[in-house]
Structure formats: C-alpha cells, structure tokens
Design a protein around this ligand. Sequence first.
Ligand SMILES: NC(=O)c1ccc[n+]([C@@H]2O[C@H](COP(=O)([O-])OP(=O)(O)OC[C@H]3O[C@@H](n4cnc5c(N)ncnc54)[C@H](OP(=O)(O)O)[C@@H]3O)[C@@H](O)[C@H]2O)c1
Length: 255
Amino acid sequence: MSPAQPQPIVLVTGAARRLGREIALALAAGGWQVAVHYRSSADDAMKTLADCAQLSGDSAAFDADLGDEAAVRGLLPRVIARFGRVDAVVNNASTFEHDSAASFGFAGLDKHLHSNTGAAILLAQALHAHVSARGTSAAVVNLLDQKLWNQNPDFFSYTLSKAALEAAGTMLALALAPQVRVVGVAPGLTLTSHLLSDEQFEARHQLSPLGRSSTAADVASAVKFALENRSLTGTTLLVDGGQHLMKFERDFSLM
Ligand SMILES: NC(=O)c1ccc[n+]([C@@H]2O[C@H](COP(=O)([O-])OP(=O)(O)OC[C@H]3O[C@@H](n4cnc5c(N)ncnc54)[C@H](OP(=O)(O)O)[C@@H]3O)[C@@H](O)[C@H]2O)c1
C-alpha cells in the first residue's frame, strides 16, 4: 500500500472470538481497519477491537443480531457512519446448531437461513449500493465449509444454509460485478467445539490427505488473499488439507 492510499475498511462478522477474531487480526496486521461485528460476545469483541486498533491504528465494534433483518440492514450504514466508507465484508458469523432429517423443522431452517445466508446476502447488497454510489469497488468473502463437497446428514439446516450461501456467491458474483467481487472460503475442521475432547479433535484434524486440516491462520490468510486478489470472483478456496476429497459418514463432532 502506498502512503497516499487510505487504509481499506473491512467489516468482519462474528469477529469477537474464534475464527472471526483470527481473520480480524490477520487483516489488521495487513493494514486493514476492522469493523468488529458481534452479537453476544461483547467483552471478547472489545478485546478484538483493542488488538486490531493496536495493529492498524483504528477499529470499532458493532453489535447486531444477524437473524433480525432490520438489524442486518442497519449494520453497514453504522459502519459507514463511523469510518466514512467500507471496502469489504467478511461473512464469518454463523449459527451452528444440530438437527437431522428426522428432527428438521422450519424453525431451525429459518434460523440458519436468516443468519448464515440471508444476512450475508443483505450485507453484499448494501456493500454494492455503497460502492456503486461512490464509484469504487469492493469484495465480499463468505465463510463456507468443506462439508458441502463431502456431505453427511448431520447439521442438516446448517449445511443447507451454507449450500445456499455457496449458490448465492455465484449469483452475487454475477449480479454485483464489476463493482463487487464475491469469493467463498471453505475451511475444514479448524477449531474444536464442546462436542469434542482435545484428543478427539486432534485425531479428526489429522483425517485428511495432507495429514492435517486447516489452522485458523490458514483460513485467515486465505480470506486476506481473497479480499486482495483483484481477479478472484465467483469461486471458492477450499482450505482444508484436502478433507473435501474424503468421505465422512458423520459430522466430525458426531463420528
Ligand atoms: N470452526 C471450524 O472448524 C469451521 C469449520 C468449517 C467452517 N467454519 C465456518 O467458519 C466460520 C467461523 O467458524 P467458528 O467456529 O469460529 O464460528 P462460531 O464460533 O460457531 O460462530 C462465530 C460467531 O457467530 C456469531 N453468531 C452466531 N449467530 C449469530 C447471529 N444470529 N447474529 C450475529 N452473530 C451470530 C457469534 O457471535 P457472538 O459470540 O458475538 O454471539 C459467534 O461468536 C463459520 O461461518 C463456520 O461455518 C468453521
């Protein structure tokens, strides 16, 4: 970046903790000013904000329930009001609740589709309107999941919401070009959950052709690459050690 260029501004959703925090820090370290979105993890969001500001000079945090359409529609204008503009959105926040073909229902489907798919589309829509009015360009990265290429029936509504987001990525890449690029980043098993012991996580993390799935740093660097590579759009980077090439009968947490 030349000194004459202003620092780019990125909104990272779900950036208080876990992968979103790693993405926010990697972008801040690379010179991006980060708008840290969170829902309930306010204390963690303030820590991410402070750490990002330390790295890039400025940061701010914004709360919003991405299941609430009005809150989603209000989010980008709040970021623009604070920073003056936005150059990118990373749709990282995600509802991840278990259901199956047997327990599937509209309530679970709606919850996953609203926060994981609809919110990401609305933020891309708002970003497109913003940069079109300014005559600038922007990028969106949608966090997907290797399990779209390696399906099992667990986390039924979550998987549907990510499959819809992957399809939306293709449609948005076409519809929002040339102002906005849209790229998917699909991690493999990266971080553990309360469903796995440390030993179980390590064993499942090694289940890949490369003998290791993705680390948070791997995913964050792929997001940064996708935001900064000006010829990428309408495609997905699978960052998973090749896990998508294998067949797993169950979700990692339920094997
Ligand atoms: N972790 C992995 O191994 C893995 C593997 C494959 C794909 N991925 C994808 O990578 C992304 C990050 O994964 P992760 O494990 O770090 O995610 P996570 O911890 O499950 O969730 C990230 C954040 O999403 C926010 N969130 C959830 N529902 C929301 C809602 N309705 N409104 C606003 N925020 C909401 C939460 O924010 P608050 O805490 O502030 O409420 C949460 O901290 C996700 O898109 C996931 O699908 C992750």
